[in-house]
Design a protein around this ligand. Structure first.
Ligand code: CTP
Length: 443
């Protein structure tokens, strides 16, 4: 019996990238031998065990053959005669099919080290095609390692296109698609995930609403990049960048558990909202292009469709709907009257859901910066809205009651109305104070 480190841990060690978990493959053993050594069995369909001390996963070397459609249609074969090379051959990418033995020597029969050096994501064998989930996995690895210079090999992209053309993606359960997508949205360059899916036709199959945005023009005055699909890719990049910065701050402040995905993990709620914020632009009637009046409302049912299709968690869905409906309000926050501003604060969770509100601000900032030549622009609207939130929050029932004899006796709806009126008055004051400052500055 011999044990080897395999998969992501070997790959990431060689790349000098943070290793998350270590998986092992065991050659020349049967399940009862591992059980006798104190391992516990966890795999249902194939023999995977947890080490008695480290609890790291140890799988018996196995081969796989496709039986039916989709991700689960496999026939697995394992016994003490299955070799390491056979086990590595069933794996997706050459860079994931390298093993390291106890002496530190690499076993690399499919050229994974060379592909790591040459920054290539390449399939191991034609068996790649047997697992349609790999289309999403390759796009996700491309998003993770794009900044290191990795691209997908031409012949691998061809196999991915073949999987899509055969309609195999439709057999993937919604949950599996969402798990891969959500992980991809947290990667360093989530826009690369979308680009790779588009290059092999998977975007059209999975997210036709996003695919439809490519080729749709916007007004060049606001959007020098013109193409809506290109804009969305730029917004994704900004959303990842901005949400990583925020995650780093939070990590320092509250030592939260956000960092399970490594130091560069973005916020998938923000990135998902970035992906879906302009879906309405894909159904703008052609005779009004490049204008998109009303695209926010038009996009809402499309966001709902996507969320339903992939069983998207509620927090992601809520933020995506909020951003879709209110991103333009945010961009012109300084123009809004007190009553509209208060409605916006209420609708975006400013008063009760601080996390959703912060994520809303971040996504809108990403939208503003996700335009050609505007990547480094300031976004003063975010501070303005935070100030507006603080002003609205500062008006309390106790303070209102203490302020005058008339308000002291107010109860129920009446006090609610008075609270609202006072908030609106102060928000109008905020707007006016900025206006006078602007006038003074320009005068
Ligand atoms: N559909 C899949 C899933 C997994 N694997 C193989 O199983 C290993 C472990 O899978 P997983 O833990 O999902 O991925 P990692 O490569 O460890 O990547 P990550 O860093 O994202 O966890 C992979 O390296 C790959 O060799 C595969 O070939 N095909």
């Amino acid at each position: 019996m011999k044990t080897y480190l395999v998969g992501g841990a070997v790959r990431d060690e060689l790349l000098d990238y943070p290793v998350k978990e270590r998986d092992w493959v065991v050659v020349g053993a049967m399940p009862d031998e591992l059980l006798k050594l104190g391992f516990t069995q966890v795999g249902k369909d194939f023999p995977v065990f947890l080490h008695p001390q480290t609890k790291e996963e140890h799988a018996l070397a196995r081969t796989e053959r496709k039986k039916g459609h989709g991700y689960t249609g496999f026939e697995t074969h394992y016994d003490a005669t299955v070799t390491l090379e056979e086990d590595l051959q069933r794996r997706d990418l050459t860079i994931n099919a390298i093993a390291r033995d106890g002496d530190g020597s690499l076993i690399d029969p499919y050229g994974g080290s060379a592909d790591l050096t040459n920054r290539i994501l390449r399939h191991v064998s034609d068996a790649f095609i047997e697992d349609p989930l790999r289309v999403l996995r390759v796009a996700r690895f491309a998003a993770r390692y794009a900044h290191l210079g990795f691209t997908v090999a031409k012949e691998t992209l061809e196999l991915m296109s073949e999987i899509v053309a055969q309609g195999e993606l439709q057999y993937l359960p919604a949950e599996r698609i969402w798990v891969e997508t959500e992980r991809a949205l947290r990667e360093q360059d989530p826009q690369v995930f979308i680009e790779v899916l588009r290059d092999c036709g998977a975007l059209k199959a999975l997210l036709p609403e996003v695919d439809a945005l490519f080729g749709i023009p916007q007004k060049a005055t606001y959007h020098p990049e013109v193409d809506t699909g290109i804009h969305v890719l730029m917004v994704l990049k900004q959303a990842a960048l901005l949400s990583r910065k925020k995650t780093r701050r939070e990590h320092v402040e509250i030592n939260s558990a956000h960092h399970t995905e490594g130091p560069e993990s973005g916020n998938s709620q923000v990135v998902f909202a970035a992906l879906t914020h302009d879906l309405g632009k894909g159904i703008t009637p052609t005779d009004v292009l490049p204008g998109h009046r009303g695209h926010e409302q038009a996009g809402l049912p499309l966001v709902e469709d996507v969320c339903k299709r992939f069983k998207v968690p509620n927090a992601h869905r809520q933020l995506a709907l909020t951003v879709c409906e209110y991103h333009l309000h945010m961009h012109r926050a300084r123009e809004l009257r007190g009553d509209t501003l208060l409605k916006l604060l209420e609708a975006t969770g400013a008063l009760r859901q601080p996390e959703r509100f912060n994520n809303y601000l971040l996504t809108c900032e990403a939208d503003s910066r996700g335009r050609k030549g505007m990547e480094n622009r300031d976004y003063p609207q975010a501070d303005y809205l935070r100030q507006a939130r603080d002003i609205a929050n500062a008006v309390t029932v106790a303070e209102l009651k203490a302020s005058s004899p008339e308000t002291q006796s107010l109860e129920g709806k009446a006090i609610g109305d008075a609270l609202k009126k006072e908030r609106i008055r102060r928000l109008d004051q905020l707007r006016e104070s900025y206006r006078s400052r602007d006038t003074a500055l320009s005068g």
